[in-house]
Design a protein. Structure first.
Lengths: 349, 389
């Protein structure tokens, strides 16, 4: 019985992490209709930025999580604006900025001036391209099909992951969070503080999102865009802003998920983005467009994964828990092709 | 009518047979001759060509790309990509599980080679058949699922496949991998580990090039024949709108399963050849990354075109080799070593993956229908000249 309870609680903690990751997917899917595979890279970035703020800069751990959330959100918005929105000047500006930064880094200029040079070069390039576009009215809007946009995010996953690995290296790092190896003992159960904090932070994060989604104007606009994009535009809803906000939220959530995934007994390596692929069954279970489903799906998958891990037969092989959740997903899909909470697609003939 | 048939433009289609022609225009016939010529003479020509007249950097790049070993791997990629294009490009069923079928083919070939020492005339069909059957078994799952849900289920397939490859030790030898040397590429008197023809002895690389690109041509012809006839039109109808296809009488389940089975069979063929080329396969060779590479190949090359798959394979298969060789020999600034952060900003493999990722994004942003669309567009430009816009 204790074994079962232990697995259950650990599963809920894992599920909370999944729920955060899934929420990032769902927010973007609801607004833009694409699965953002780059979410994995954002989670990875979140973990490493938290590490950087906490260990390298010596800041308070909780403050580090906040900083990482803000920075990853900024990266998310930047990706959306510069790459997926396909505004020529923004792409060019970001590209030139990154290039200048890399060159300055390589020329062994101190890191902060190099950063400044990058930003300055980006702004200059942006203004230049803006001027050219104004002159020639060459602003071309190339509409990407959904599948193409998904592929672009896969490309970004590779690029961003390797950038992170290049900056922080492939070696295992320790987050040095305040939760390491400390446990809460209740009877025979021992629950690590990292897991409790994960659950707590996930509840806070998800709670803020649900309040935002339901009661703020932009949250309602997001739902309107999801419901019918053309009608939303006709009502004067700025879709560009909505998309940007969606990516921002996804980035912030990814930052939080990354921080919790890298904390505790876990070591920080560039392989951390794998956790995102394991969250896919949770997305499917909850349904792509349901934030509430994200939470339920995440927790179910987390619990199932841990129960399988504890109770599987040895003959099924090491790591069967990771396969088990996909099998559960396939079984659910055979019965309900749109997940437990997803909106069935109405098909008119 | 007589006048019409005598003097008509070669692009004009007057009956069904015209529409079906594979090499309808004179230029296409010239192209065919050129391709056959390249196929026959590239291994002989490239064997001792050093491109020494090129500038240093270009020489390294050209040598890395026009290298028979690289081209043989490109051929394997091309076979798999043609199979995936049948499923994704023509039928519209996006699959992230393609690598698993490569694995099925490679492990089947290794197993029958090691256990029963079957000759190539048996192990190659056996591997293809295994992939065909597994694909046919997976196909029904795709009947109920559409779009992104299918993407995620096939993603799950990669994890399941990886688990099986790592744990079914009696067949796959687990994590360490299995040697495929027992499945010899020997076809009767033709030994492709070192061909002897007309008193000439050829190297393994030359022989494998001929073997693999023969199968590239074969699968290209097979898929082309499928898509230009009745089944192919049914598949494309499913891609455009499955509901409408069903109403005009296309048997959805039959054709979807057929597409899955044939596509996986071709992937397994590619996998078996991959094993013969590499002599050793392990679960790492069939990871998610490989599936994504195949998707990238057909998207960059062009969805729904056979030649696009081959162009895509040339780009995705060749680019990493060029970057690899360049960064090793030329000492590119900031790039160093195999491990990042040791003596440079970035490691070779990291740089490779960054460029791979950015290349996918860039091609899609420039022309979202791939290189094939660029080609079609430029053809259209010249055909309609001077009335082009």
């Amino acid at each position: 019985m204790n074994e079962f309870l232990q697995a259950l609680i650990d599963g809920v903690a894992l599920g909370a992490q999944y729920a955060l990751i899934v929420l990032g997917f769902v927010v973007i899917f609801r607004a833009t209709g694409i699965i953002n595979f780059a979410q994995g890279a954002l989670v990875l970035l979140g973990a490493y930025l938290t590490y950087n703020a906490h260990v390298t800069w010596g800041l308070n751990f909780y403050l580090s999580i906040l900083i990482s959330m803000v920075l990853v959100a900024a990266v998310g918005v930047l990706i959306q604006r510069s790459i997926l929105q396909l505004t020529f000047r923004e792409t060019g500006g970001v590209g030139a900025g990154l290039l200048a930064w890399a060159i300055a880094q390589y020329a062994e200029i101190e890191s902060w001036p190099a950063f400044g040079i990058g930003i300055a070069a980006g702004i200059v390039a942006w203004l230049l391209l803006w001027g050219i576009e104004r002159r020639s009215s060459a602003s071309k809007y190339n509409e990407l099909p959904i599948f193409g946009a998904v592929m672009v995010t896969i490309g970004l996953l590779f690029a961003l992951k390797q950038l992170v690995a290049s900056v922080w290296g492939f070696a295992e790092l320790t987050m040095q969070d305040p939760w390491v190896l400390s446990n809460l003992n209740v009877g025979d159960l021992s629950i690590s503080h990292a897991k409790l904090w994960t659950i707590g932070l996930a509840i806070v994060g998800l709670g803020i999102f649900f309040v935002f989604d339901r009661f703020t104007k932009i949250g309602i606009a997001m739902r309107a865009v999801h419901f019918d994009q053309e009608a939303a535009v006709a009502q004067g809803i700025p879709t560009g802003l909505v998309f940007g906000v969606a990516w921002g939220i996804a980035g912030a959530v990814a930052g939080l998920a990354g921080a919790t995934a890298g904390a505790g007994v876990a070591q920080l390596t560039p392989q951390l983005d794998l956790v995102v692929f394991l969250a896919f069954p949770a997305i499917i279970l909850g349904g792509f467009d349901s934030p509430g489903g994200a939470v339920v799906g995440g927790v179910i998958i987390g619990v199932v994964q841990n129960l399988v891990k504890v109770y599987q037969l040895e003959a099924w092989g090491v790591g069967f828990d990771r396969v088990g959740i996909f099998i559960v997903m396939i079984l659910v899909l055979m019965v309900r092709p749109y997940g437990l909470f997803g909106t069935p697609e109405v098909r008119r003939v | 009518m007589a006048v019409l048939t005598r003097r008509r433009n070669h692009r004009m289609v007057v009956d069904y047979a015209d529409d079906l022609r594979l090499f309808g225009t004179p230029w296409k016939r010239v192209g065919l001759v050129v391709l056959v010529g390249l196929y026959l003479f590239v291994p002989v020509l490239f064997a001792d060509l050093t491109f020494s007249w090129l500038p240093d950097i270009a020489q390294t790049a050209v040598q890395a790309f026009f290298n028979l070993n690289t081209l043989a791997y490109v051929g394997v990629f091309a076979i798999g990509a043609i199979g995936l294009n049948l499923l994704t490009g023509y039928t519209g069923q996006i699959s992230l599980g393609h690598a698993v079928f490569l694995g099925v083919g490679a492990y089947t070939a290794a197993y029958v080679g090691n256990t029963y020492s079957w000759p190539m005339i048996l192990w190659l069909p056996a591997a293809t058949l295994a992939g065909f059957l597994v694909g046919a078994a997976i196909g029904p799952f795709a009947l109920r699922l559409r779009g992104l849900y299918l993407v995620v289920v096939t993603l799950g397939l990669v994890f399941v496949g990886d688990h099986i490859f790592r744990n079914w030790e009696s067949v796959t030898a687990g994590n360490t991998g299995v040697s495929t040397t027992a499945a010899e590429p020997v076809l009767g008197p033709l030994d492709f580990t070192g061909l002897e023809l007309f008193g000439h002895e050829f190297t393994t690389e030359q022989s494998m090039f001929w073997l693999i690109w023969f199968f590239v041509a074969l699968t290209a012809l097979l898929v082309k024949n499928i898509v230009r006839t009745r089944p192919g039109r049914a598949l494309q109808a499913i891609r455009e709108r499955d509901l409408a296809a069903e109403i005009i009488g296309v048997d959805l389940s039959r054709y979807k399963i057929m597409a899955f089975a044939i596509s996986s069979g071709i992937a397994s063929l590619a996998g078996a050849l991959y094993g013969a080329l590499q002599l050793f396969v392990s679960p790492v060779d069939f990871a998610l990354l490989v599936s994504i590479q195949f998707i990238a190949i057909i998207i960059i090359g062009g969805l729904g075109t056979v030649y696009g798959s081959i162009i895509g394979a040339l780009l995705i298969g060749g680019l990493p080799r060029i970057i690899d060789e360049l960064s090793r020999s030329q000492d590119l600034p900031g790039v160093g070593g195999d491990v990042g952060g040791v003596d440079g900003l970035i490691s070779v493999s990291s740089l490779n993956q960054i460029i791979f990722g950015l290349a996918i994004a860039a091609v899609l942003l420039i022309e979202s229908r791939g290189v094939a669309a660029l080609w079609e567009r430029s053809k259209l430009y010249f055909r309609t000249w001077p009335f082009t816009q």
